[in-house]
Design a binder for this molecule. Structure first.
Ligand SMILES: [Zn+2]
Ligand SMILES: [Zn+2]
Length: 308
């Protein structure tokens, strides 16, 4: 099974349009970017997890010829606005050979998505399969367990997924994707000790006011410790909303002051805010090793492909 990160950025991607903050400047200078978060699981069949506004370039770049199903985590634009791109899979199939692509989504999320993209169902491009938290469903070689995530009042249908499949040795593997979240109302045993964890890390430091209901790496550490992934943890949905010392853009609306920034356990200055991919990974390594945590945490980047 291959895990391909198509995008690893927050809702507007980075570098962000019209943003001159130090993080976005650094990324532009390095030629780095993070598109909207989405990934593929490819075995005998292909599962697309979330389908944001960058879907067209992401799927073209990876020459994805076939999508067997799509999981939508919630009704925020960065996770579903690319659904119309699926039309290309129907348009380019022989006239009678195309079956609508199953799209797994909660009722509550579809209440918001349906009025915009319901025509895709009428035109037999997609077929919605309604899911409910805590109920397993099967899609070809994948078993999927949606679980409720707290992501604010504008994302009432928000779920994460445990996805179970067999690796090339026939061994069961469980991958857990939190999607966007601020908390988990319940952590049933299905979520504990997954093989792989894909978790949101929108900021490095938890902000003083977390109104957008996202997860910082600082708080994600607590969830990593509770969920106890056996193998790798991947950070995704990374943004540019941490304040960076001396940045004139710190007074823009999206920048959040940290509540109590992460610092080495021995004390001293807080860890500097990482500006680019290399700095993100170094900072995460330092924090994990400083705390003596037995977890391998990989800062995912766009187009990272891992055999799992
Ligand atoms: Zn998002
Ligand atoms: Zn969201």
């Amino acid at each position: 099974m291959d895990l391909t990160f198509l995008g690893t950025g927050g809702a507007w991607g980075v570098p962000e349009l019209n943003c001159e903050c130090l993080i976005c400047r650094e990324l532009r200078q390095n030629g780095e970017k993070r598109e909207r978060t989405s990934f593929l699981l490819t075995g005998e069949t292909t599962l697309l997890i979330d389908c944001g506004p960058d879907a067209r370039s992401q799927l073209s770049r990876h020459k994805v010829e076939r999508i067997d199903a799509v999981l939508i985590s919630h009704e925020h634009g960065d996770h579903y606005m690319g659904l119309d791109e699926l039309f290309a899979y129907k348009r380019n199939s022989p006239r009678t050979a195309f079956n609508p692509i199953p799209v797994y989504v909660t009722d509550k999320s579809w209440e918001v998505i349906g009025p915009r993209f319901g025509y895709l169902e009428n035109m037999e491009v997609i077929k919605t399969n309604k899911i409910e938290p805590w109920k397993w469903v099967r899609q070809e070689e994948f078993e999927i367990f949606p679980f409720k995530t707290e992501h604010g009042s504008f994302a009432k249908g928000s779920v994460g997924f445990v996805i179970k499949f067999k690796n090339q040795h026939g061994v069961d593997v469980r991958l857990l994707y939190t999607s966007d979240f601020m908390g988990l109302p319940d952590i049933p045993s299905e979520l504990i000790r997954p093989d792989y964890l894909v978790i949101q890390s929108f900021w490095l430091n938890e902000p003083r006011h977390n109104r957008p209901h996202h997860m910082s790496f600082q708080r994600a550490i607590q969830f990593i410790e509770r969920l106890q992934p056996k193998k790798d943890t991947f950070l995704v949905h990374i943004g540019d909303a941490d304040m960076v010392e001396g940045d004139p853009a710190n007074d823009t609306a999206k920048k959040y002051e940290p509540k109590e920034p992460l610092r080495p356990l021995s004390g001293g200055d807080p860890y500097p805010i990482p500006l680019n991919q290399v700095q993100w990974q170094e900072t995460v390594n330092e924090i994990i090793s400083d705390r003596g945590l037995p977890y391998k945490v990989i800062v995912a980047y766009d187009d990272l492909r891992v055999r799992i």
